[in-house]
Each structure stands twice: as structure tokens, then as C-alpha cells.
Design a binder for this molecule. Structure first.
Ligand code: UDP
Ligand code: MN
Length: 446
């Protein structure tokens, strides 16, 4: 056994019993028994904390008890023989106690190969037959015949260096005017609720690369400069970012000097006559590009409109497995009066009475694999709608909203992360990190 406090308790209790019986038959007072027991308790407790238990550790309490007992006979009315009996008993108990106590060895006695593949009993064995007699009990897990995960146990753990910052308190929420957590416990990013220095320190060690997919087709090339100029300054400042710009006019991309940790990749695409198709086909292009390239190039991927500019930092607080941005147009509306597609014929349909937030298609993202699943599923919905001669109310945004209703995002960005320029800014929007650029819709989409 390991040495635990219980090993100390047993001798103390035994000593107590012996002592008590001692008072019955001998001329000693109970208080004379209590002192050695307390001393033994203290010695034993510290002994387990600071030392390996060896025979000598049993001897020390006995010697201590002897000294106490001897001094006791000087000042109290007890005879030396009364002290000898408990000491001899303690010696016997201690001696018998030793064999069942395992000593910590200085040499490892086992060498477990953590990388060894685990031995798994195949499904055809008797064990499985034993399980098969309990088919109606769904909460019993059956042993799988294949290992399902491979966790790298040797990965070095990330440590944050010492830093000073205001202490958090559980009874002092950072903000009380906004929702900080969705009902499925996805945090919602709001100014004043997080410490960017801590997030940066944590993130920097992971050496992630983030990709940003953005499209500038036809007249939207005019937005490239404003987008890239502001993103270079405010988007994941100090961290590695690859901007992937899809355009039908590569020659019109202005030459811009980006920060050393930022890169721009220009990818030619065809244009479509309808602006809705340009917007919707982004899902297809992103999904294909993940499969062929990004899967190997980036860890996280975000899709952003090009007709936006950033005015404040958008940092690593946006990084998570599946991330949606709450639209600035409908963040306080009841679910049945916002812009979901409700027609059941569309693949984007959300039945009435359902819906969490209304998410903006202008900014979403997450891990490469989650964004792959999202864009693939949304574009499948778009394709099926096309085949059925229907187009969802807000195009790919409707499909995105349906997807995020049934695949809950792990993190939400507040409307600070996509604040529509046309809207007056209420008090709860303390910063405008990203805003759409005002545009003449008729003109720019023609
Ligand atoms: N887009 C484009 N060319 C077009 C129409 C759209 O490149 O002619 C791309 C561009 O990246 C744009 C996005 O599709 O930001 C979404 O379209 P838009 O910004 O017009 O939609 P809104 O934000 O007004 O809903
Ligand atoms: Mn836009």
C-alpha cells in the first residue's frame, strides 16, 4: 500500500485502546495517555509528508514515547512499568505494520510503454457473448475492437510565463449588460470581458496558422485595399495569418506591404453574372480549397466579406472550433421575427419556434475540418435548393443559420465583430471592431 494518513491513525487508535485499558488496571490518569498519542500523531503526520516510511520511523515514536513516559514518571504518579507496556505494544504493532506498507523504491519497477498499441479483445470472444445477453441495457458501453483515438501523451505542456493582471472574482462579472455565455456554454466575445495579453501568451506557444478566405469579384475589387490595409493592422496582430484572396481580376490587386507574419495569396476565380451566385458559391470554393490545399496549410480558417474594414483589434479571442458572428441587425429580435428561411421547401428552412441567434455570413470560421463540414453542408443545401427551383431568403446566410442551429458553435462573436455601418451604435456596443463599408448596392453589384 501507499503510505496514507490511515496508517498513522491505526496505531494511534490502538495506542488509545491500550492506554484506556491501562487506566482500568493501573494507577495512571487518562491525561497521561493523551499526551503520547498526540505526540505520536504529530510525528506520524509529518513523517508521511517528509520521509519514506522505514523501520526507523517506527523507532522514533517509540523512543519519543519512552522519553515522554520517563519524564512523566518524574512529575506524575505513575510507575515506570506502566510506560514499558505501551512501548512494547507499540513496538509489536509497528513491527507488524511494516510488512504491509510498500516502500517507495528509488528504481522504477515497471516500464510501461505508453506508445504500445493497446490490446483489444475482438468482438467474437466470450466476453462479447456475455455482453450480448444484456442487449436491452443501453448505458453499458461495449469494448470496441479498434482504438478510436490516438492522444500524444508526450506532447509538452504549455506554460504561461508570470504576468501581472487584475484578479478575476467569481462574484464580480466583467459585464452585466450583455449575455456572456450561450445556453450551450459557448462564450460570447464582448469588449471588457477578456484579457488579450493572457490570450496572446497562451496562443503564441501553439504556433497556429490562420487562413482568411475572402472574395473580390467584379466591382468588389475596389474593397481590397481597405480590407487588407485594416486587416494587416488589426486582424490577429502579431500572429501568423495567410490571406487567400479569390478574384477574377488578379491584375487589379494593389501591391501592399504586409507585416512579416502576414502573407497574401491571390487565387483566380471565374465570375458569375448574378451577385447572389458569387456570394453563394463562396461556400463551394472554400470547401474544395480546404480539401486540396488548406487542410495542409492552416489550422484555422475564417471566411470574411471583402466590403468591410477593421477599426479595432480582432485577436485570438476569435479562435475556436466553430465560430459564428451574431448579426448586428437582429441581435435583439425574437426568433420568429428575424430573417431565417421559414419555407419548408428550402433546405435552409428552420421551423418556427426554433432558432438561437441570427448569424452573419460575412464572418464565420473555426478549425479547418469544422469549416470544411460547414461549407460542404451549406453548399449541398444551396445545390439542392437550385435543383428544386428555390433560393433561400438570404442565400448562403440562410443555410449557414440552419447549419449553426443544429451544429452549435463553440464560440460566438458579438455584433462588435460585424457592426453594420448604417446602424446607430447602442451603448452595449463599446467598440466597433469591424464594419461594412457603405456601398451603392445597385451600382456595385451591376
Ligand atoms: N462578392 C463579390 N462580388 C460581387 C458580389 C459579392 O466579390 O459582385 C463577394 C464579396 O466578397 C462580398 C461577398 O461576396 O463581400 C458578399 O456580398 P455582399 O457584401 O454584397 O453581401 P452583403 O454584405 O451586402 O449581404
Ligand atoms: Mn458584405
Amino acid at each position: 500500500m501507499d503510505i496514507k494518513k490511515v496508517h498513522i491513525v491505526i496505531p494511534i487508535v490502538m495506542a488509545g485502546i491500550i492506554g484506556y485499558l491501562g487506566t482500568k488496571i493501573m494507577d495512571i490518569k487518562k491525561v497521561h495517555i493523551v499526551i503520547p498519542i498526540v505526540m505520536a500523531g504529530i510525528i506520524g503526520y509529518f513523517g508521511t509528508e517528509i520521509m519514506d516510511i522505514k523501520k526507523v520511523h517506527i523507532l522514533i515514536p517509540i523512543v519519543m514515547a519512552g522519553i515522554i513516559g520517563y519524564l512523566g514518571t518524574k512529575i506524575m504518579d505513575i510507575k515506570e512499568v506502566h510506560i514499558l507496556i505501551p512501548i512494547v505494544m507499540a513496538g509489536i504493532i509497528g513491527y507488524l505494520g511494516i510488512p504491509h506498507i510498500s516502500w517507495p523504491s528509488s528504481q522504477p519497477v515497471r516500464q510501461v510503454d505508453l506508445d504500445e498499441t493497446s490490446l483489444v479483445i475482438s468482438r467474437q470472444t466470450d466476453l462479447n457473448e456475455a455482453f450480448s445477453v444484456l442487449p436491452s441495457i443501453p448505458h453499458i458501453s461495449r469494448p470496441s475492437s479498434q482504438p478510436v483515438r490516438q492522444v500524444d501523451l508526450d506532447e509538452t505542456s504549455l506554460v504561461i510565463s508570470r504576468m501581472s493582471y487584475p484578479q478575476p472574482f467569481v462574484d464580480k462579472p466583467q459585464r452585466t449588460d450583455v449575455l456572456l455565455m450561450s445556453p450551450w456554454l459557448a462564450p460570447i466575445m464582448w469588449e471588457g470581458t477578456f484579457n488579450r495579453d493572457i490570450l496572446n501568451a497562451q496562443y503564441r506557444q501553439k504556433k497556429f496558422v490562420v487562413g482568411v478566405a475572402t472574395f473580390a469579384v467584379k466591382k468588389y475589387v475596389r474593397f481590397i485595399e481597405g480590407f487588407l490595409g485594416s486587416a494587416n493592422k488589426f486582424f490577429l496582430s502579431g500572429h501568423r495569418v495567410n490571406f487567400y484572396l479569390f478574384t477574377d481580376h488578379p491584375e487589379k490587386v494593389p501591391s501592399m506591404k504586409l507585416a512579416p507574419e502576414k502573407s497574401l495569396f491571390i487565387i483566380p476565380v471565374q465570375n458569375y453574372s448574378r451577385w447572389q451566385d458569387i456570394s453563394m458559391n463562396r461556400m463551394d470554393i472554400i470547401s474544395n480549397r480546404i480539401r486540396t490545399h488548406w487542410h495542409y496549410e492552416v489550422d484555422y480558417l475564417y471566411s470574411m466579406d471583402i466590403d468591410v474594414q477593421m477599426f479595432e483589434h480582432i485577436g485570438v479571442e476569435i479562435i475556436d472550433t466553430l465560430v459564428g458572428t451574431i448579426s448586428s441587425w437582429q441581435y435583439t429580435k425574437p426568433r420568429d421575427s428575424n430573417s431565417y428561411e421559414r419555407r419548408p421547401e428550402s433546405r435552409a428552412a428552420i421551423p418556427s419556434g426554433e432558432g438561437d441567434f441570427y448569424y452573419a455570413a460575412s464572418f464565420y470560421g473555426g478549425s479547418v475540418s469544422e469549416v470544411y463540414k460547414l461549407t460542404t453542408a451549406c453548399f449541398k443545401g444551396v445545390t439542392e435548393d437550385r435543383a428544386n427551383g428555390i433560393e433561400a431568403k438570404w442565400h448562403e446566410e440562410s443555410h449557414l443559420n440552419k447549419y449553426l442551429l443544429y451544429h452549435k458553435p463553440t464560440r460566438l462573436l458579438s455584433p462588435e465583430y460585424y457592426w453594420d455601418e448604417e446602424l446607430p451604435r447602442p451603448q452595449i456596443i463599446r467598440v466597433k471592431r469591424l464594419s461594412s463599408v457603405r456601398k451603392d448596392l445597385e451600382e456595385v453589384r451591376s
